[in-house]
Design a protein around this ligand. Structure first.
Ligand SMILES: Nc1ncnc2c1ncn2[C@@H]1O[C@@H]2COP(=O)(O)O[C@H]3[C@@H](O)[C@H](n4cnc5c(N)ncnc54)O[C@@H]3COP(=O)(O)O[C@H]2[C@H]1O
Ligand SMILES: [Mn+2]
Length: 666
């Protein structure tokens, strides 16, 4: 840098002094001509000298300014040329106009001037960036490095011609992003593993081979969890394990859809029951404790959905994997006995009891409810069943109940129940565990004591804070569960004949007359009901249908479409009052077609589209219906959709089936 010249003498007051000298010399002229003349010449000289010096200074100043801007240009150019980040200037068509050393190093190609940026950096797509992005930056990958390209538009004016150019700064964020990815990959994961029905499975193998099952299980665990996934696994009890790993490893499990579930299921030590495991995974928690809590919740859900599956609980959702096998029937009835006594305790201590099933109740829901009513009555307590609307499937039964003095005043509407319900009321929910699917959800919010008795596979939505939960998914029906409770309370409980018939009807319905989900205990319950007076012919009469139902069903069967020779889909356009039961029956029936493994039938009434799904067990219809907000069992499930047309719902179901088939093929 040049030194700044000294301009100090150029002060405005000098002009004032010269003016004073001028005036003084003119005044002196009046007194003395010679002396005044001398002074006046002196004054002229000073004026001339001052003008010369001012001129000289002006020239000096201009020279200084000029040199300064020359210096600046040089410096800026050098600074940009040596900028430690890549920079290039483009014309608006993408041609490179100028670039710096770093950009040259970044691309490594020698001849960049005039080249189009799109040919050099293929995935930049400048047009798109300019058109769509409001932000003045975009992210791009180039030669295995990640860049954030910040750009701005500059106006270059030359000879009255304005030209627009784009400046692109290339910020290399590879190291930061790699570190971030590493951080994400390393986040901890807690997995809780439980062998399903360990004792039952061991018992199903010959004695000398039982220990081999555990050996085989642990061999697979070591191979997958320790060697493949580089985690740490620890056995915490005979059938439980805890496993620690990282999110990156968990992703591998998620990508192969927890194939370990299939490996375990294939263990063969002459066991007649398959070895299966349930896995609960907790991730994305801000502490290890949080992840453990999530893993616990996820494992509960996996078990409640029938085991043989993995549930991953993230911050805001559950993900489900597996769940291919049917739940195994437990041969021990210890639980029913314990629950039976606990139920009696709660009932005996309360004065106000409401029993309710699910919306659009069927014979299983209503049969179980009446069974519970008999238990209450035997304990000397009065109870009511909440029933808002009678549908065709329960109409005959309800009519018979209303005729008998024994059940006087049994049914109340939702409104009446809400009026009389308080925090001490006991609410007993049967045949569902979803709050929104109960006959009267408000009661759950008012009453503090809620009991749930259900046999459906667990969905994400679940009635919380129950005083008593009897949830067994391997049993055929809620009526079978209630019958077992009655059996254990036999000494104290007396059952009416019609109640026994209602219970038997519930079992008949859910097992399709002992064809589906029927275990040893189902027959035991049925024979007990027969013993206490149920008439099988009277029970069968509860299933009679109207003529319209038959006609609607025939229509459905006529428009049936078979996808891939294995899945039926059909619909009913008739808006008869019990369309939900008609489609349920049609769905059952379509399974009789050779090679058909699953059926999906749609029907509509008012503003609701009903869907009934059935399967022979190979295809998990529970998971498919869950996608539509429904639920049920692995082989019997359903859903209801609001605010859609039949046609839209049909397309949705079709799509879900196709997605399932695609997934299966992967
Ligand atoms: N939004 C939702 N959330 C959670 N779960 C949902 C749900 N929508 C439906 N489900 C469950 O799916 C299962 C199948 O319902 P779906 O109406 O097809 O079939 C029902 C019912 O309509 C049908 N059904 C009723 N009366 C019948 C009769 N007389 N003959 C034949 N089937 C009958 O028998 C089935 C009884 O099945 P179950 O109660 O064990 O389990 C039901 C139901 O509880
Ligand atoms: Mn039901």
């Amino acid at each position: 840098m040049r030194n700044k010249p000294n301009f100090k003498i150029n002060m405005p007051e000098i002009n004032a002094y010269i003016l004073i000298i001028g005036i003084m010399s003119i005044l002196l002229l009046a007194y003395n001509l010679y002396l005044g003349g001398l002074f006046f010449f002196g004054f002229i000289y000073i004026v001339f000298h001052n003008w010369r010096i001012a001129n000289f200074r002006k020239k000096e100043w201009n020279k200084y300014i000029q040199n300064l801007s020359l210096d600046m240009d040089e410096t800026t150019k050098k600074a940009i040329m040596n900028l430690p980040i890549p920079l290039c200037i483009l014309e608006f068509d993408g041609n490179i106009n100028w670039y710096n050393n770093k950009f040259y190093e970044m691309t490594g190609s020698p001849d960049l001037l005039g080249e189009n940026i799109d040919n050099i950096i293929q995935n930049l797509d400048l047009r798109k960036v300019l058109n769509e992005n409001k932000e003045m930056y975009t992210d791009v990958e180039y030669k295995n490095r990640q860049y954030t390209v910040v750009y701005n538009v500059i106006k270059n004016e030359q000879n009255n011609n304005a030209k627009y150019l784009m400046m692109l700064y290339w910020m290399d964020r590879t190291d930061y992003l790699q570190l971030k990815q590493q951080y994400e990959d390393d986040k901890n994961v807690i997995m809780l593993i439980q062998v399903d029905e360990y004792d039952e499975v061991l018992k199903s193998a010959p004695e000398e081979k039982r220990s081999l099952i555990t050996v085989e299980l642990e061999r697979i665990f070591t191979a997958v969890f320790e060697n493949e996934l580089k985690g740490a696994i620890k056995k915490t009890s005979k059938d439980k394990y805890i496993f620690f790993t990282r999110e990156k490893e968990l992703k591998k499990l998620q990508e192969n859809k927890f194939a370990i579930l299939d490996t375990i299921r294939n263990i063969n030590c002459d066991n007649t029951l398959p070895v299966t495991i349930s896995i609960g995974v907790g991730i994305e928690g801000d502490s290890l404790y949080k992840n453990l809590q999530r893993a616990n919740g996820a494992l509960d859900l996996a078990l409640g959905r029938g085991g043989d599956q993995a549930v991953v609980k993230t911050q805001d959702k559950f993900e489900f994997y597996g769940g291919k096998s049917k739940a195994v029937e437990k041969t021990t009835k210890v639980k029913s006995r314990l629950i039976g006594y606990a139920l009696k305790e709660v009932i005996s201590q309360s004065d106000n009891i409401y029993i309710m099933g699910h919306k659009y109740p069927d014979l299983d829901a209503i049969g179980a409810a009446v069974g519970i009513f008999d238990i209450c009555k035997s304990c000397g307590k009065s109870a009511n069943i909440v029933l808002d609307q009678v549908n065709d499937s329960i109409e005959e039964f309800v009519k018979r109940v209303k005729k008998q003095e024994y059940y006087k005043g049994l049914f109340v509407t939702c409104e009446e129940a809400i009026k009389n319900c308080n925090k001490d009321t006991v609410v007993i929910v049967v045949d569902t565990h979803r709050p929104s699917y109960t006959e009267c959800q408000e009661l759950l919010n008012i009453a503090k004591k809620v009991i749930v008795i259900d046999h459906h596979r667990r969905g994400v939505e679940f009635i919380k804070d129950t005083v008593l939960l009897f949830h067994e998914i391997y049993v055929s029906s809620t009526c079978e569960m209630v019958t077992e409770l009655i059996q254990y309370l036999e000494e104290d409980v007396k059952i009416n004949k019609l109640t026994a018939e209602g219970l038997l009807a519930g079992i008949n319905l859910d097992t399709k007359f002992f064809a589906f989900k029927t275990g040893v205990r189902t027959f035991e319950a049925a024979s007990y009901l027969k013993k206490i007076g149920a008439d099988t012919v009277e029970t069968k009469m509860l299933f009679k249908s109207n003529v319209e139902d038959f006609i609607a069903r025939a229509d459905i069967i006529k428009n049936t479409k078979i996808i891939n020779k294995r899945i039926c889909i059909a619909y009913s356009e008739s808006e008869i009052s019990n369309i939900n039961v008609v489609i349920a029956k049609a769905a059952d029936e379509l399974l009789n077609i050779k090679n058909v493994e699953a059926s999906f039938i749609l029907g509509h009434k008012n503003d609701t589209v009903f869907i009934s799904a059935r399967s022979l067990g190979q295809i998990n219809v529970h998971v498919l219906m869950e996608k539509l907000g429904g639920g049920g069992h692995i082989d019997i499930a359903g859903a209801q959709l609001k605010n859609v047309t039949l046609n839209q719902a049909y397309k949705k179901v079709h799509q879900i089936i196709e997605e399932y088939l695609e997934e299966e093929n992967q």
